[in-house]
Design a protein around this ligand. Structure first.
Ligand code: 5GP
Length: 209
């Protein structure tokens, strides 16, 4: 592994089915100093509670296609066979410039692409406490029509089969405990040898390593 590779910002991937509570856990990770969120672009229309530029940049299909054609995405995918979602590369550049770790909340297709490009990325999969609980959460959220809920449930079934591709599994049955777990993963990952920090590198160099 070259030095240039290890000095990339640490990238965290957080995936899990809709209703697993991953957004809440991402917020817990962002409470850890030195992290920043990767705002995805999507062609999905905003929900009434969503404002632009917080979780998503809402773009037209034409704009999304333009960005994809210009190689502006680190990864992108069509989620639920409907709307497009993508991670702009510029967040990676910004994280590098600012010396921050980048947190991506993306689906399993995106996670696979990022892991191929950045093998040191740390991938966390959020598990709902039970299948019935996931369904209950999706229904009580009451923000999507029945057809969308069914689509999310079918997709959850497929996504859950791919947990083996992730480094960490966090069960979100108790948000406080799960929050502590994702924060612990964030902190621990910084000590991984493969993520060699500037500080550790200098010490090793002084020993001729
Ligand atoms: P929602 O429409 O409910 O906000 O998100 C639907 C799914 O898209 C979620 O599983 C979410 O993690 C995923 N997603 C959000 N942003 C991205 C992205 O930039 N890339 C990919 N591949 N998936 C994303």
């Amino acid at each position: 592994m070259t030095l240039a590779q290890v000095q990339q910002p640490l990238v965290f991937i957080v995936s899990g089915p809709s209703g697993s509570g991953k957004s809440t856990l991402v917020l817990k990770m962002l409470e850890v100093a030195g992290t920043m969120f990767s705002i995805s672009c999507t062609t999905r229309p905003p929900r009434p509670t969503e404002s632009a530029g917080k979780w998503y940049d809402f773009v037209s299909e034409a704009e999304f296609e333009r960005m994809a054609a210009h190689g502006e995405f680190l990864e992108y995918a069509q989620v639920f066979g409907k709307h497009w979602y993508g991670t702009p590369r510029r967040w990676l550049d910004e994280a590098q410039r600012k010396g921050l770790d980048l947190v991506l909340e993306i689906d399993v297709q995106g996670a696979e692409q990022v892991k191929k490009k950045l093998p040191n990325a740390v991938a966390i999969f959020i598990l709902p406490p039970a299948r019935e609980e996931l369904e209950r959460r999706l229904r009580t959220r009451d923000q999507d029509p029945e057809e969308a809920i069914q689509r999310r449930l079918n997709r959850a079934q497929q996504e859950m089969q791919r947990y083996m591709e992730y480094d960490f599994l966090v069960v979100n049955d108790d948000v406080e405990r799960a929050g502590r777990e994702v924060q612990a993963i964030t902190v621990a990952a910084r000590c991984l040898r493969s993520c060699l920090s500037e500080r550790a590198r200098k010490i090793l160099e002084s020993f001729g390593g």
